[in-house]
Design a binder for this molecule. Structure first.
Ligand SMILES: Cc1cc2nc3c(=O)[nH]c(=O)nc-3n(C[C@H](O)[C@H](O)[C@H](O)COP(=O)(O)O)c2cc1C
Length: 192
């Protein structure tokens, strides 16, 4: 009986963690830049790339922080019942974002970084692009992975955002340099 109650409570917890929570908008740390680098990173690889990209472009930085942080067990892709497996199996899942969303008015260019999860974009990034207004923004994605390419991740984000001009995305590794990131942005016509 106790096992049954625990299982029901666990399932309820996972369902609730998928529900987006409306949050107020706030201003990210301002450098006066027209570029905002937005990222989500569960284990730090994408975070490192995002920080170097922001440094190279003198851009502002906004981290998408999950309201419920991902534990090692959550990130276990060998477990079909782990949180990330359950989120992947549910295309409508939108994990809640902690704190306030950035005010985007002063940015014309937004670069979005994420790790590839199951060949796709983590659902929390989908939550972000659905909650903010990307009309008239120039957008590009950068991502890290164990080897996979872009897959359908950007196409999905573009559909979910329903706005903005999306440029080609690129994979980077932890060893990527500031210079390489600056060159990638320049190749897309994005300058500090
Ligand atoms: C749940 C999960 C699913 C993943 N799926 C893939 C995948 O499909 N292809 C791949 O190359 N790497 C995959 N990875 C590896 C991550 O993309 C890679 O380790 C990434 O650099 C982690 O970035 P982060 O440290 O910013 O979270 C997966 C990792 C996790 C936790």
């Amino acid at each position: 009986m106790l096992k049954k109650i625990t299982a029901v409570l666990f399932a309820l917890m996972l369902t609730l963690s998928c529900l987006p929570i409306a949050v107020a908008e706030a201003q990210p740390a301002e450098t006066g830049s027209h570029i905002l680098v937005v990222y989500f990173s569960a284990t730090g690889t994408t975070k490192g790339v995002a920080e170097k990209l922001a440094e190279g472009l003198s851009a502002d930085l906004y981290e998408i922080v999950p309201e419920a942080p991902y534990t090692d067990a959550d990130l276990n892709y060998n477990d079909r019942k782990s949180r990330t497996s359950i989120e992947t199996d549910d295309p409508s899942c939108r994990p809640a974002i902690a704190g306030e969303l950035p005010e985007l008015k002063s940015y014309d260019t937004i670069l979005i970084g994420y790790p590839i999860w199951w060949g796709d974009v983590p659902r929390i990034i989908s939550n972000f692009v659905e909650q903010v207004n990307l009309t008239d923004k120039t957008l590009a994605v950068f991502f890290t992975s164990g080897g996979s390419g872009l897959g359908s991740s950007m196409k999905h984000l573009e559909q979910q955002a329903g706005a903005g001009a999306w440029l080609e995305g690129k994979r980077f590794s932890a060893r990527t340099t500031v210079e390489e990131l600056k060159n990638w942005a320049a190749s897309l016509g994005i300058q500090p």
